[in-house]
Write a protein that binds this ligand. Structure first.
Ligand code: 5U1
Length: 696
């Protein structure tokens, strides 16, 4: 409220009046518009960045900030250290200063197996002479350890860990991180408080940053940790301010003017009350069994978290017990990091070969010296395409860093150039398909080179058959990749129609196939003939026609004949079908070979129930507005969106009173809290999948 001065009656003091008499008068603490605005902005900042629960729209927040900037511009003498305007825009510094940590920043001992954790637990129990220990289990973020000093509740200094005793002064950059309060809230904080935690870059921000670097032809960061470190070690805070960093606090260092609580879990609770971010994954765990159960839980959750973690940390909860345990060198005896299997390892590229996919796409694949990474032995890693090989500068003979995150296909993250041998060879994209010898063509403007052999190419044929048989397509139970390879290599089938001419005797003669399994396959083939138009369309493997597009095409045209005859314009009438998809659909059905195979399939008995017209306003989710938020694990956000659109729903980007449903994946933030505050129905991923299944 500009122009209004609020007086708060604080306490009484003696003061000299203008007439020279000493008089008793109340100490009127003036809260000026500037201070009031600062408080208001800090409040909204906390709601947005710390609690993920904003109560005003972004536009209102921006308006308040501009108003404050204006006032401070008019009265520069009133700018304070903790003003929200001081987060961004400060001048670059010349060099990093040094900060001596008042209390050393410790590191952690590591455990790489359950046995090593059991040894740790035994050592702790024996030293304390107790039967069981209560621990606090926390995610171990893959970021940068930071210590932040608050004096009288105001952020005055922030430093990196450095060597544990002396770090670098990064106060100017830490100030730009919105989730770190410039002033503590609530009450009861000590005169001096050093908060310790990890500054990290969320996975999504990291992907965005690297995508931008690629666009600009700049060097990419190898992982979110390096990106966070690089962003924080900037002399110019304006660079850091653009980097979307965040922080979770995991403890305290030096404190003055406070009696510590009895447990670490209470310390973390206090930090939260003072406006600091603490991971919601933190949990109290009882004994060895409790911490190992936590480890399993977080291992499963890991890929759906919005940030990278490389393990979990177990800490003795009771602070007195910690005191008794003490330290060895720089690591406490009361804590240990239980690391996940390494997701990055070094190995050598033995060769670069190419693979031919279903659509003829030629993918270079690095054949590697086998290496154990992310819990499995990896001997191949995709190099995606020719440009990627050049960009990453991968040579045959190179030492490379291989990364395997979650269930994702292993990839070559980077090359260790210093270890490149003299005889390293560069990769050359073959001009002829290694399988069928047809020309390899890379169309102008495309990143993918393709074999031009089409279904003449044995590799493409095999992949097409595998796709046809897959679960979301014709769902032919028991027809796995190995079997398709054998059937194809032995000349028993030449295309998907051939599957339905197979006899049990033919199948029984194949490797690892007996009487029973061959009989089962024949039954499964027979069963698969009853399908739906959408599944059949998807099974054909037309380029760019995924499950959802197949469903929307089927809903719109209702019959295969209509789709086969449709012109480009008509195809584009279907929602989500653009000129590229339309052209692929038309080209597919124009091919005489494809029409022949479709004929044979229908003659073999492949059929589906006739479809009834669905009017736009009769689709199951017509009129519903659905918001997707957080990370989904079973499908991408785009797939989820496509499926909802195919059912007639509108998919919106923000939650409002008009929202019918919010689908909240892992780490959903503000949209979820807003939905809850508006009383809108929320489904987690499991609920959402069940919801979709209800419309299948
Ligand atoms: N979550 C968490 N990460 N982390 C890292 N807690 C934690 N504690 C640490 C470190 C280095 O050190 C304290 C045990 C001193």
């Amino acid at each position: 409220m500009p122009g209004v001065i609020i007086f708060i009656l604080n306490r009484v003091t003696l003061s000299k009046s203008s007439c020279g008499f000493i008089c008793i008068m109340p100490d009127l603490k003036k809260v000026s518009p500037i201070e009031q605005l600062r408080d208001e902005i800090a409040h909204h900042n906390r709601l947005y960045y710390v609690l993920d629960a904003p109560e005003v729209p972004d536009a209102e927040y921006d308006r308040l900030l501009r108003e404050l900037q204006q006032l401070e511009c008019e009265h520069p003498e009133r700018i304070t250290l903790d003003s929200p305007t001081q987060r961004v825009g400060a001048e670059p510094i010349k060099a990093f200063g040094q900060v001596a940590h008042k209390l050393a920043m410790l590191s952690l001992d590591n455990a790489f197996s359950d046995e090593e954790v059991a040894d740790f637990d035994r050592r702790v129990r024996e030293r304390l002479d107790v039967q069981a220990i209560e621990y606090v289990a926390e995610p171990k973020l893959d970021g940068l350890a930071i210590s932040i000093r608050y004096e009288a509740g105001v952020l005055v200094q922030a430093a990196t860990r450095g060597d544990g005793l002396t770090g670098e002064d990064v106060t100017h950059n830490i100030r730009t991180i919105n989730s770190i309060p410039l002033r503590l809230v609530g009450d009861g904080w000590p005169r001096v408080l050093e908060v310790r935690g990890e500054v990290y870059m969320p996975k999504a921000s990291f992907e965005r940053l690297n995508a931008k670097a690629r666009e600009m032809g700049e060097k990419e960061f190898a992982n979110p940790r390096n990106a966070a470190a690089g962003s924080l070690r900037q002399l110019d805070p304006r660079v850091t301010a653009k980097r979307s960093l965040s922080m979770y606090c995991y403890g305290i260092g030096f404190v003055e003017g406070m009696v510590l609580p009895e447990t670490h879990s209470t310390v973390l609770e206090r930090l939260k009350q003072w406006g600091l971010r603490v991971s919601p994954e933190v949990s109290v765990a009882q004994g060895l069994a409790g911490v190992l159960a936590y480890y399993r839980l977080l291992s499963e959750k890991r890929s759906s978290l919005a940030y990278e973690i490389d393990g979990v940390v177990y800490k003795v909860n009771c602070l007195d017990q910690r005191e008794m345990l003490g330290f060895v060198a720089r690591a406490p005896r009361w804590a240990i990091a239980h690391k996940f299997p390494a997701q990055e390892e070094m190995t050598r590229v033995l060769d670069i070969e190419v693979q031919v996919g279903r659509t003829g796409a030629i993918t270079p694949v690095a054949r590697l010296e086998p290496v154990f990474v992310g819990g499995v032995t990896v001997s191949n890693a995709t190099l995606h395409n020719e440009d990627e090989v050049r960009r990453k500068d991968v040579h045959i003979g190179d030492t490379v860093i291989v990364r395997r995150a979650g269930d994702v296909i292993p990839e070559v993250a980077s090359v260790v150039l210093s270890r490149r041998p003299k005889d390293a060879r560069s990769f050359v994209m073959p001009r002829q398909c290694p399988v069928c010898d047809s020309d390899v063509i890379r169309a102008e403007g495309e990143t993918i080179a393709r074999c031009s052999g089409g279904l003449y190419c044995n590799a493409q044929r095999k992949e097409a058959i595998k796709h046809f048989a897959s679960r979301k397509a014709m769902d032919i139970d028991g027809l796995g990749d190995k079997l398709v390879e054998q059937l194809s290599d032995q000349g028993l089938i030449h295309n998907v129609a051939g599957l339905f001419n197979l006899t049990q005797t033919q199948v029984a003669g194949l490797e690892r196939m007996g009487e029973k399994s061959s009989a089962n396959l024949i039954v499964a083939l027979e069963k698969s003939k009853q399908t739906t138009l959408a599944k059949f369309l998807y099974a054909l493997g037309i380029r760019e026609v995924g499950e959802t597009t197949a469903q929307t095409l089927a809903n719109y045209f209702l019959s295969l004949e209509a789709i086969m005859l449709a012109e480009i314009d008509a195809l584009q009438q279907v929602s989500e079908v653009g000129p590229v998809v339309a052209a692929h659909v038309q080209a597919f059905f124009k091919q005489p070979h494809n029409r022949e195979v479709i004929d044979k399939l229908q003659q073999a008995g492949v059929s589906w129930p006739a479809m009834q017209p669905i009017k736009q306003d009769e689709q199951p989710l017509t009129g519903q507005t659905i918001v997707l938020t957080g990370a989904l694990t079973e499908m991408t956000r785009n797939e989820a969106k496509e499926r909802l659109l195919a059912l007639g729903a509108k998919v919106a980007g923000s939650v409002s009173k008009k929202t019918s449903l919010v689908v909240a994946g892992a780490d959903a933030g503000t949209k979820l809290s807003k939905a809850e505050s508006l009383g809108i129905k929320v489904l987690d991923e499991t609920g959402f999948i069940a919801f979709l299944q209800g419309y299948e």
